[in-house]
Design a protein around this ligand. Structure first.
Ligand code: NDP
Length: 501
């Protein structure tokens, strides 16, 4: 069985208390690796390593070009170890090899590559220092400069451990910060590996530290530590709220990427075949364990029956089974606890009168592993709990609408506001509808097409701040205004008269 320590100050270390825990392969229910478990003291040690590295200037004093070149080397090193990383991601989290090789590994590498290249370019140079000449209230030259914050903490969930690690580490490093990352306890391995890869690719020791440990102890310590300047969190809305409270003590900068109940609106002029398959992709990709999943499919009443029929037909094309086989499209849920949650919500859906037209049970042919069939509820009322609460599993609600105003009203009738889509032949019209939806991302005629060049985050209770692109990068900087006045005798400073006679 593979063993992993905590990655602190550029080396593998045992947890202070000596504790380790197995990590379970959700497809086999068997442990496949052992990982050191950090407690509060280990969190303090990781923050101290990051603070020391930051104060030394070993990273922030490098030019953006130098940092960018190292980040690009990290990207290349991730590609070089792609088979090992993909296999670890699949065994830790239960996603498929197909997804790991085509999404997780390239997505992680591209995030480092993108930020590495971006900070070598002119746009970043312009972002780092702006200059303004002013004549009032006094003649002055003004610089607006951006500087790193210091120690940035990333706390990540189990659904996309490796990509999430890159979303937290790459922009923080690009901006010149040092990082402590705490992945979810059930999926720590690839994040630890990415920490090691950063150091091997040339990121100095202490600049990236990765520790696995319970959120309630190791995570809370990071979120409250006075030497931490920013916390970037992805996970449940409930814990996001807690992170904000914890950070308030020392007024940390906090960005939160939280849950969702995203609307996927199919207008009557959509390509019905594509929209129906897009609805399946939008919900059942990675077993529905994606924050921006399109779990509410809003369908115009005139095409409702056809869409449901096409969705049911499309289900036959989804192969569920051995996660290591490239032909497998759907794997198990991450844990038995997550499957319990899904089962609870399916029972609630049935109780509240929604019509379960597919799935709603464990697959009979896969007795081992936390598998659950893709489940479609039809005739769902948006007030029902399955349409309001995040399930984070393979469960989709189909909801009818009569006209676009009603579709928009239903779409926005949610405490969440993360993602969504509009399917239509008339792209301009679809964009107009997209603008009426209260979410951070809306795709037209596509789903799940997150692009690292563009901002990602939530309206309402889906989050605070944005990740990715120049908007996400900006969140890893402090902004400083430097005013340079004239070197005149006192008579040249009119404001002195406000105090002096
Ligand atoms: P959590 O929000 O509990 O966990 C996310 C991360 O936060 C993990 O690293 C966790 O550590 C850590 N954490 C937990 N409690 C604290 C705390 N008090 N202080 C600091 N860090 C903490 O998500 P779960 O894994 O429990 O999943 C529960 C639900 O959250 C899912 O069913 C889904 O609805 C939603 N979710 C949303 C995601 C998204 O992308 N928006 C992703 C994952 C889940 P540890 O693992 O040790 O508990």
């Amino acid at each position: 069985m593979k063993e992993f320590g905590l990655f602190i100050n550029g080396e593998w270390q045992a947890a202070k208390g000596g504790k380790t825990a197995p990590t379970i392969n959700p497809a086999t229910e068997e442990p496949w690796a052992t990982v050191a478990v950090a407690d509060r003291e280990d969190s303090r040690k990781a923050v101290a390593a990051a603070k020391k590295a930051h104060d030394s200037g070993v990273w922030r004093n490098k030019s953006p070009q130098e940092r960018g070149e190292i980040l690009q080397k990290v990207a290349m090193a991730i590609f070089e170890r792609q088979n090992e990383l993909a296999a670890a991601e699949v065994q830790d989290g239960g996603g498929t090899m197909r997804k790991a090789m085509s999404m997780d590994v390239p997505g992680t590498a591209q995030t480092f590559m993108h930020f590495g290249q971006y900070i070598c370019g002119d746009e970043y140079k312009a972002m780092l220092q702006e200059e303004y000449d002013e004549i009032a209230p006094v003649p002055s030259k003004n610089y607006v400069v951006r500087e790193p914050i210091g120690v940035c903490v990333g706390i990540t969930p189990w659904n996309f451990p490796m990509i999430m690690a890159s979303w937290k580490i790459a922009p923080a490093l690009a901006a010149g910060n040092c990082v402590v990352l705490k992945p979810a306890s059930v999926t720590p391995v690839t994040s630890l590996m990415v920490g090691e890869i950063c150091t091997q690719a040339g990121v100095p020791a202490g600049v990236v530290n990765v520790i696995s440990g319970p959120g309630g102890a190791a995570g809370e310590e990071l979120a409250t530590h006075p030497d931490v300047g920013k916390v970037a969190f992805t996970g449940s809305t409930e814990v996001g709220r807690r992170i904000m409270q914890l950070g308030a003590g020392t007024l940390k900068k906090v960005t939160l990427e939280l849950g969702g109940k995203s609307p996927n609106i199919i207008l009557k002029d959509a390509n019905l075949d594509t929209a129906a398959l897009g609805a399946l992709f939008g919900t059942f990709m990675h077993q529905g364990q994606i924050c921006e999943s399109g779990t509410r499919v809003l369908v115009h009443e005139s095409i409702h029956d056809q869409i449901v029929e096409k969705m049911l037909a499309g289900l036959k094309r989804i192969q569920m089974g051995d996660t290591m086989e490239m032909s497998t499209g759907m794997g198990p849920l991450v844990s038995s606890a997550q499957r319990d949650t899904v089962e609870k919500y399916v029972a609630i859906g049935k109780d509240q009168g929604a019509k379960c037209v597919a799935g709603g049970k464990r697959p009979a042919n896969l007795p081992k592993g936390y598998y659950y069939e893709p489940t479609i509820f039809d005739e769902v009322d948006n007030k029902q709990r399955i349409a309001q609460e995040e399930i984070f599993g393979p469960v989709v609600s189909v909801i009818r609408f009569r006209d676009e105003d009603e579709a928009v009203r239903i779409a926005n009738d949610s405490v969440y506001g993360l993602g969504g889509a509009v399917w239509s032949a008339d792209k301009d019209h679809a964009v107009a509808v997209a603008r009426r939806i209260e979410t951070g991302t809306v795709w037209v005629n596509d789903y799940h097409m997150i692009n690292i060049r563009f901002p990602f985050g939530g309206y309402k209770q889906s989050g605070v701040g944005r990740e990715l692109g120049k908007w996400g990068l900006a969140e890893y900087h402090e902004v400083k205004h430097i005013h340079v006045g004239e070197n005149t005798p006192p008579e040249g400073k009119f404001y002195l008269q406000l105090l002096l006679n």
